[in-house]
Design a binder for this molecule. Sequence first.
Ligand SMILES: [Zn+2]
Ligand SMILES: [Zn+2]
Ligand SMILES: [Zn+2]
Length: 83
Amino acid sequence: MCCNLSTYVEYSCSHRILQQTQYLDCNRWDCRLSKYHNHDNAEHDCKNNCAQELLEDRHLTVDWQHRPCTPCRVLAPTNGVNA
Ligand SMILES: [Zn+2]
Ligand SMILES: [Zn+2]
Ligand SMILES: [Zn+2]
């Protein structure tokens, strides 16, 4: 079933920063929200036989950085970095 997928980048300070949120279409004909939903317009009991709602949002970490996130670097700059 369709859902919104949020992807994150995780930093060494263990903060996760949202990268993007995208809509994931499940491509099922029996999901009311899918673009493939009942594409031949067959009569059917949509309410009972088709999924009607989005699944819970999914959160996925797709990238790991070996450095603190930007807010952490601003708040606590590493020693030796003198701009
Ligand atoms: Zn769906
Ligand atoms: Zn339907
Ligand atoms: Zn951080």
